[in-house]
Ligand binder design. Structure first.
Ligand code: NAI
Length: 460
């Protein structure tokens, strides 16, 4: 008899796992309280990138003459753009619905709980299953400061649905969401200030790339306040005045809206998880290397286990979890998970950073190639970018690839594959990259590890 699998959550962790489980012959039910697709598709990656795509086109076309274009009276039609965003999202949600149907997966709409017998309860019905997969997702973290409850203090979901483009926006948090929204609204004409607690934006990214992105976004008009803390938000002429403590001074930064983007937390409260025997650590479900929880037969993937809060990590974990649960061999290679930031320039990163290597005391070599010497980057106005390749000193094995520039989020797949295959610097060097492409810079950065990049002056 085929195994019963019940999956709570229809985001990239849950729905991908559902399809894989169905492929392996299981009888699968997905329970989702809202729309299929989860945060990523409905209120995260997909709508944000849709808006960013148009914002970037707009910013590019405004340069008109410099690009050999005559552009008159270019305007943003915010209503049409919002409609386009909804259409893209709706189309993808329908696609998932159709895929689940084609795989004979049952979808139940409702909020599911774990019962004390570790079964799933939804809409008054109890679903028995040999395998339960939790793919519960996450929600924005809130900050508590005076004024935090004012109506213009918003999260990323609300920022995606503003009725008009704000004249000014203060963003608390210079992480991934903070910088993507800064790039978006700056391109659309808002005055944007980012307030970041740490000394650099994007603390988890290679520090050279983070510093360069900050420079580029500053040139585009974003103001960054680092080592800065919001102490209060008060009503003001622009809408609000955000009181920011920067070193010894307190500044008042005006903003029509204040976007809080200081991280996300797993949605694990009030679902009976601990009562069913699961172990939680600060809201994250504790799992082993197969994403199995402390309760046999129950697995947890994606944002709710807090390992890597990325859609593609959730999907890969979902596949690995159901493969393990159904007795199928599975591979989950966390070192190949790319991090991508969809600003202009884009940032993409896979593997270890220099900071990681130093912390872990791993002897390494580094090669950097600036896109100023890459023809395609010049054509695409991406000459401020760079590619950095990090290799193990003894073996030449590729340990990390970090990129800033046009199409970095696409090109990073080469770095991920190199890490997956255990490729060495020689493998990258002897892989022929097409000309003219920005991917040539990966080969050049690899050559730069040995000090012999072709399009760089000799180092000695
Ligand atoms: P994050 O963890 O990336 O960044 C939060 C930032 O807020 C950090 O830089 C932190 O130092 C700062 N911060 C914390 N408390 C603060 C305070 N009181 N005042 C000022 N700054 C403060 O979190 P973020 O940007 O909210 O993103 C949440 C999750 O969503 C992340 O895991 C991210 O990877 C994921 N995501 C991924 C995207 C992508 O892959 N392109 C896009 C959007 C989100």
């Amino acid at each position: 008899m085929c195994k019963q699998v019940v999956i709570i959550g229809g985001g990239p962790g849950g729905y991908v796992a559902a399809i894989r489980a169905a492929q392996l012959g299981a009888s699968v039910t997905v329970v989702e309280q809202e729309r299929l697709g989860g945060t990523c598709l409905n209120i995260g990656c997909i709508p944000t990138k849709t808006l960013l795509h148009t914002a970037e086109l707009y910013r590019t076309l405004l340069k008109g003459k410099a690009l050999g274009l005559k552009v008159d009276n270019l305007q943003i039609d915010w209503t049409a753009l919002q409609n386009r965003k909804k259409n893209v999202v709706n189309r993808l949600v329908k696609g998932i619905e159709a895929l689940l149907k084609a795989n004979h997966i049952t979808v139940k709409t409702g909020r599911a709980y774990l019962t004390d017998k570790a079964a799933v309860a939804v809409n008054g019905e109890e679903l028995s299953a040999e395998v339960i997969l939790l793919a519960l997702g996450s929600e924005p973290m809130r900050l508590s400061f005076p004024g935090a409850d004012l109506p213009g203090v918003i999260d990323s979901t609300q920022a995606l649905n503003l009725e008009t483009i704000p004249k000014s926006l203060v963003i608390i948090g210079g992480g991934v969401i903070g910088v993507e929204f800064a790039a978006l609204f700056c391109s659309l004409g808002s005055e944007v200030t980012v307030v970041e607690l740490a000394a650099q934006i994007l603390p988890a990214i290679d520090s050279e790339l983070a510093a360069k992105l900050r420079q580029d976004l500053s040139r585009q008009g974003v103001t960054f306040l680092t080592e800065a803390k919001v102490t209060a938000v008060e009503d003001g002429e622009a809408g609000y005045n955000v009181k920011v403590a920067v070193q010894d001074k307190v500044e008042a930064v005006p903003g029509e809206y204040v976007l809080v983007a200081v991280g996300r937390r797993p949605c694990t409260a009030g679902l009976g998880l601990a009562e069913a025997g699961l172990v939680l650590d600060r809201g994250r479900i504790v799992v082993d290397q197969h994403f199995a929880t402390a309760v046999p037969g129950i697995y947890a993937v994606g944002d709710c286990n807090g390992q890597r809060m990325l859609a593609h990590a959730a999907s890969a974990q979902g596949v690995a979890a159901v493969e393990h649960a159904l007795g199928h061999p599975s591979i989950y290679c966390a070192s190949t998970i790319p991090s991508c930031i969809y600003t202009t320039p884009e940032v993409a990163s896979v593997g270890l950073t220099e900071e990681d290597l130093q912390e872990q005391d791993i002897a390494y070599q580094s090669g950097t190639f600036g896109l100023i010497a890459n023809g395609k980057a010049l054509i695409e106005e991406g000459q401020t970018g760079l590619v950095k390749v990090l290799t193990e000193a003894d073996t030449g094995k590729v340990l990390g690839v970090h990129m800033l520039g046009p199409h970095a989020t696409e090109l990073i797949a080469e770095g991920a594959l190199a890490i997956r295959m255990g490729a060495t610097i020689e493998d990258l060097i002897t892989t022929i990259h097409a000309h003219p492409t920005i991917s040539e810079a990966i080969g050049e950065a690899a050559l730069a590890v040995k000090g012999v990049a072709i399009h760089l002056p000799p180092t000695r």
